[in-house]
Structure formats: structure tokens, C-alpha cells
Design a binder for this molecule. Sequence first.
Ligand code: BMA
Length: 315
Amino acid sequence: MRRYLNNPIIKPKDIPDIKPDIIDATSVFNPGAIQFNDKILLMLRVQNRARETYFIMAKSEDGFHFKIANEYIKWIGLEKVKEKIYHLYDPRITKIRNEYYIMFAMDIESGCFLGLGKTIDFKKFEFLGIVSKEDNRNGVLFPEKINGKYLRLDRPNKNQLVDGPLTGSEIWLSESMDLLNWQPVRKVISGRNHYWDELIGAGPPPVKTAKGWLCIYHGIAMHYQPIYQVGVMLLGLDDPSKVIARGRFNILEPRELYETVGQVPNVIFPTGVVVDEFDKNGFAKMESEVKLYYGAADTFIGLAISTIEELINKC
Ligand code: BMA
């Protein structure tokens, strides 16, 4: 992928003060992304200096220059959760019919679970519920039902790192009839020990192409200190648990200063993708540009660019 020359596109100092909660923001990273009414929207993960987390919307005409909202998102219905909520983070946005679903990680008293929210206008946001039974992260919805069911990729958290978080080395496919109750179907891929993607998790929502579902995911090399990188795989259109191809090489790794230095060094964390052109059957065009929005060092937002064809070739 090619980095945008004026990266990072959003820095902590671009976040306006939203008093009394956000003053001189610490970090902005891991954004959800979506095209909405000819604009590109990002849902930013922002941390204040109490290291509390907020979601703030940003809007752009061209995908490069963003105007950041002066308020943070207040989820209607979040009070349904009876446990203490610490953070909602790493949102992924998927359009299904004319609604926009946001799946995110929720750190609550009993662990880390997937949460689901919905909006139709990016003004009012509704919290629908906790949608994983067990500890899980990196949930991303497919943009359409397949064989009558909603599908998502997710990443059960089963690996306890020494002095670190509960994390995972397998991406799974799960299915649901109503978007709220989910059952695991089967494992899609495992991490590759000793190589770039030892631990893994899904990235932005899958993109439908004529060759299969194009999925960008993150892989972590655990040599000494973790290195978060980006890779690609192609999954079957009718059965996304079938891996058609998976790239050997990463397609983006921390190299620039804003990726190697920050609150968590050596992190590229892909969460948002915007594809310019689809054909009349809803498949991304081979020559279409792909914009990937990613968190850099848990501090900044970067943008990297490619095409559908190049990414499929890398699978
Ligand atoms: C992962 C998630 C991401 C974060 C990354 C690097 O486990 O918590 O939100 O960007 O670690 O710290």
C-alpha cells in the first residue's frame, strides 16, 4: 500500500476541546470509516488525559481532509448494560440495506465483549446490545446476508499474554438471524507462528469482489515487543469460511515515525476501508481505488492507498 504523503491525516492536536470531558486529547486512532451521502465519514477513537475513550465523528469531501465534530457520540440505550463499562473502542461500520451498523469492542467489568450500535443519519446513535457470549474482539459484519443469515468475522480472546491482555490467534466466522444472537460457525484462519501474523484479528468490514470477499486483517509478530501489521485474504463469496487465498507478506508495516513512536510503538491497526467504485451488481471494480484508514502507534490516524486488483494479487 502507498501512504498518503501528508500522513498522519488526524493528530491528537486536531481534536477540539469538548469541555469538560476532552481537553488537549492524548490520542486519536483506530477509526471506523464509511461513505455516506457523497462524504467520507470516520468514527474516531479518542482518548482524553484520563485515558477514557470517546467516539467522535469526522467528515470529509475528499477522504484526505477531515472536519472533526465538536461533540462526542452519546449512545441511546447504553444504560441497559448493568455492569460497569470502561471503554467502547475500535468501531467498524457496515452498511446493511439503508442502515449503518457499528460493531465495537467493549471493556466491561467481566471482560472484553463485542457491542453493536446502529444509526441511519450519523446524528442519533442507538446501542443495540452486547453481541458476544464470551470474551471477543475485532468483530466485523458482512454488508449483506449470505444464505439467509447475517455473518461476521470475530476473534475469540483465548490467549493470555504474560503481563498483557487476553488476545487471540484465530479469526472465526459467526452467524446470526437477528444481528443480536450469534453462533460460531467455524474457524477461518489461524495465526502463523514465527512469522508476521502470529496473533491475528479482522480489520475493516469485508469488501465484495468478483473473486471473493476481500478481507484486510491485522497480524502481530510477537518477537520481543509486538509489531502490528496489515495483511489480506480472500474468502469464498457463498461460504466465507472457505479461504481462497491468503497473502504470505504483510502489505503495510510500521516504518514511519508516527507508526513506530507513540503511546504504543510499532502499531498499524487497520479498521476503516473506503472503496470508490462498485459495478451494478454490487462488486467492487478491479481498478477501483481503496483507501485504508488505520491507527498508528495508538496515537494518530494514517491513510494508505491501493486498488482492489493490487490487493487481490497480494492475497
Ligand atoms: C489491540 C487493541 C487495539 C490496539 C492494539 C495496539 O489489542 O487494543 O485497540 O490498537 O492492541 O495497542
